[in-house]
Design a protein. Structure first.
Length: 115
């Protein structure tokens, strides 16, 4: 049974920090990339940060310099360190793992940034 479980969301004030974690299990074949996406109310789900099995990363422009993605695809784990949070970062954050055969999503974790 495949599982992707996110944790670390919560309520934080503007300028604060949160660290999201995602742990996967039962995912085969080998994970090629893991990423964090977010979806705000009434908005489409969007890519926030991507981490590949080779260690390369990519970020949405608005989070560059504030967010850092890290992980170990061999261990089905990815993290997102979020600093200098802004109210516009408020959303449900989802973890995604991509293999050569499937894409898997976690259930999401709520991040709320208050003014």
């Amino acid at each position: 049974q495949v599982q992707l479980v996110e944790s670390g969301g919560g309520l934080v004030q503007t300028g604060g920090s949160l660290r999201l974690s995602c742990a996967g299990s039962g995912i085969v074949p080998r994970i090629r990339s893991m990423g964090w996406y977010r979806q705000a109310p009434g908005m489409r789900r969007e890519l926030v940060a991507l981490f590949s099995s080779g260690g390369s990363t990519d970020y949405k422009d608005s989070v560059k310099g504030r967010f850092t993605i890290s992980g170990d695809t061999a261990k089905s784990a990815v993290y997102l360190q979020m600093n200098s949070l802004k109210p516009e970062d408020t959303a449900i954050y989802y973890c995604k793992a991509v293999t050569s055969a499937h894409a898997y999503w976690g259930q999401g974790t709520q991040v709320t940034v208050s003014t």
